[in-house]
Design a protein around this ligand. Structure first.
Ligand code: ADP
Ligand code: MG
Length: 299
């Protein structure tokens, strides 16, 4: 029987920043490999960030697509177990016996999104910003950003599971974190379909290019597979917003991930390619949000 067991030690060589980051690389490797898995053993998990939850849900959804019914062994850490329940992860697995936990108003439960996404972004922004004293204009920004990222996943990725979204709002620090993942062809492969970019061969360059204004994999004068036009503005706009200090955006696709944040650009390389695209967004939704974040730790 194929099994995935989460580990609690840093596995080295990648982007290690504390335990949770190290654990997430396990999850990323599992998810990005599309490999068969029947049992997801999370016994030793102390915590999972939204992007890792999105990945586990996507991986579980892929198993169902392959006629495998995945089961989960919940974390022995009770706070983590309740956290995963609140965020709806177990609904992607065969029913587990878990007692009911209270939901939190700022938790966006993990859900599969299919085309057309309808009001998913509006609803997500409302849930995620609940209880936050918002800086003017932040909520529409979150809606627009999520719309762009979801539509990208649904129109460009050709993902067997469409895509998955999950997020958390942190009312104390005024921060919002939300992740969208698909298991599709990746940014590089899509961009290469446009003759202007067919020479591209590197995921980092592809991500960098995709976040520039007017760059699209949809060939000039044509429409995408959903019969929509593409202007190549979506990711550029999101990147600019983050670089101006409004948040942080990490795009992981193929062998690379790139984070855009307050003028900075951080790049990392994966040992094994991630077959799909993961976009992790953080918004500093309240005045002084980024500073406030450092002062408190919230689940
Ligand atoms: N989830 C994804 N899967 C595959 N390719 C993607 C994905 N997201 C973005 N891309 C690539 O990045 C390009 C730029 O995206 P974007 O700036 O939103 O412009 P547009 O969607 O108008 O083409 C897309 O045209 C596509 O080639
Ligand atoms: Mg787009």
């Amino acid at each position: 029987m194929s099994q995935f067991t989460i580990c609690t030690y840093a596995d080295g060589g990648e982007f290690i920043e504390g335990d949770t980051a190290a654990i997430a690389w396990d999850v990323l490797r599992l998810t990005g490999s599309h490999r068969d898995c029947e049992v997801y053993d999370l016994t030793r998990t102390p915590h999972l960030k939204p992007y890792a939850i999105a990945c586990l849900a996507a991986s579980a959804a892929l198993q169902r697509q392959k006629q495998i019914i995945p089961t989960v062994v919940p974390p022995s850490n009770n706070a983590c177990n309740e956290h995963l329940q609140r965020l709806g992860l177990y609904e992607f697995f065969e029913a587990t016996e878990n007692r009911q936990v209270w939901s939190r108003s700022s938790n966006l439960k993990v859900q599969k999104v299919t085309y057309p996404p309808g009001r998913v972004s509006e609803n997500a922004a409302e849930v995620l910003t609940d209880g936050i004293q918002l800086t003017a204009g932040v909520r529409p920004q979150i809606v627009t950003s999520l719309d762009e990222v979801l539509l990208n996943a649904l129109s460009h990725a050709e993902s067997p599971i469409e895509c998955v979204i999950v997020g958390q709002g942190f009312p104390q620090s005024g921060k919002v974190e939300v992740a969208v993942v698909d298991l599709g062809i990746g940014i590089l492969n899509h961009l290469r379909r446009n003759a202007e970019y067919e020479q591209l061969s590197n995921d980092e360059e592809a991500i960098e290019l995709a976040t520039q204004d007017g760059v699209t994999g949809t060939r000039r004068g044509t429409r995408n597979r959903l019969n929509e036009q593409n202007s190549g503005a979506g990711l550029h706009y999101l990147r600019k917003y983050c670089e101006a200090g409004g948040g942080e955006c990490t795009i992981l696709s193929g062998r690379h991930w790139v984070t855009y944040h307050s003028g900075e650009r951080v790049v990392g390389r994966l040992k094994q390619p991630f077959q799909g695209t993961l976009v992790n967004l953080r918004f500093f939704a309240a005045p002084g949000g980024e500073e406030g974040e450092k002062l408190c730790v919230e689940w």
